[in-house]
Design a protein around this ligand. Structure first.
Ligand code: PEP
Ligand code: MN
Length: 343
């Protein structure tokens, strides 16, 4: 069961509802979103039957959700959610471009990539400091030094930053620097990590696992939501397929279908899906046409010398083509470009 608090509900009202649930033998999970507070209730049928929270002060409505994921389900949500990252919206009315280097390598490279991103219309900067690499011999990222570089570049170019956290032990330090925490594909079902990022209260981007079903993906999001954080953005980045010509297969169906199942915003990462530059812009266009709330792409000032994923990084003409698509396609579907909004 989910209890939706009225926008006017006070902290005391929320505490009162939690006490009521616990007094009836249930467990309460409070999630505070930008628009409203939702309390998820876990308990046996008996508990849910007898609890009757509808008349309590501050309660707007109570609802039984039939989907296995409760807090992130679209059920009873009239409109999909907008998540704000450092003031930049990601949601159903806008289209958000996130761009930056796959990995932070040097201050100069990150700054150059950030300027490229901004020129292309990006309003959020991506960049990995902690890199989950398939090979233990590949560049593993600059770690904390990379976070400091990202923060300096953010100050210089005025773009909030999105960066990955791969371990529970690093969550605090990454949350100190990042405007949005990224959970990568390989960690989608790292439940301890999901709970830890949920507890930071920072917006989280949850990438789809390599072989995850929609339900598994949304159950992973539920772990974050259950720790009190509804500011979650889902990211489709391709799933494993049998075709060696592409790194992963972008699942365009996930865009409308998962947006139908969940109220959370959903963006697409065509770079990690394709693994090769020539496919990134066509896939980004497909994501826009399918109704994605944004795309995240890799850019690099010198892809041939990149320490990570240079083959898929946009540069020059390919980035100009993406910028052109961002200004034309989402507008056809009634979206405005997501610019920084104060507050
Ligand atoms: C990334 O975005 O840098 C990344 C490693 O992506 P994924 O987790 O989708 O492979
Ligand atoms: Mn990468």
């Amino acid at each position: 069961m989910v209890i939706v608090m009225a926008p006017s509900a006070t902290d005391a009202d929320v505490t009162g509802v939690v006490a009521h649930i616990e007094a009836h033998g249930g467990q309460a999970f409070v999630s505070r979103g930008v628009m409203r507070t939702i309390i998820g209730v876990v308990g046996t049928e008996d508990v849910l039957e007898t609890m009757d929270a509808a008349g309590l002060p501050g309660v707007s409505e109570t609802m039984r959700i039939t989907a296995p994921y409760k807090l992130v389900s679209a059920q009873n949500h009239a409109k999909r959610t907008t998540v704000r990252v450092g003031g930049v919206p990601i949601g159903p009315d806008t289209f958000t471009l996130i761009a930056g280097p796959c990995a932070v390598e040097t201050a100069e490279q990150t700054l150059a990539a950030a300027h490229m991103a901004k020129r292309a219309g990006a309003t959020l900067l991506r960049g990995g400091a902690f890199k989950p690499r398939t090979s233990p011999y590949a560049f593993q990222g600059l770690g904390k030094v990379g976070l400091r570089i990202l923060a300096e570049v953010r100050d210089e170019v005025q773009l909030p930053i999105v960066t990955e956290v791969t371990e529970v032990a690093d969550v605090d330090i990454v949350a100190q620097y990042a405007d949005m925490l990224q959970i990568g594909t390989r960690n989608m079902q790292n439940f301890g990590l999901l709970q830890a990022v949920g507890a930071t209260g920072k917006p989280v981007m949850l990438k789809r696992g390599l072989t995850a079903t929609y339900e598994e993906w949304l159950m992973a999001a539920e772990y974050i939501a259950q720790r009190g954080n509804l500011d979650i953005v889902l990211c489709e980045r391709g799933v494993r397929s049998f075709e060696p010509a592409i790194r992963n297969m972008l699942d365009v169906s996930a865009v409308p279908l998962v947006q139908h199942l969940s109220h959370l915003p959903l963006i697409v990462d065509p770079s990690h899906a394709a693994g090769r530059r020539d496919l990134v812009v066509p896939l980004a266009r497909a994501a826009m046409a399918a109704g994605a709330d944004g795309v995240m792409v890799d850019v690099h000032p010198n892809p041939e010398t990149a320490l990570c994923d240079g083959a898929q990084a946009l540069v020059g003409e390919s980035l100009d083509e993406l910028a052109e698509a961002v200004t034309t396609i989402p507008a056809l579907l009634g979206r405005t470009s997501a610019t920084h909004l104060a507050g």
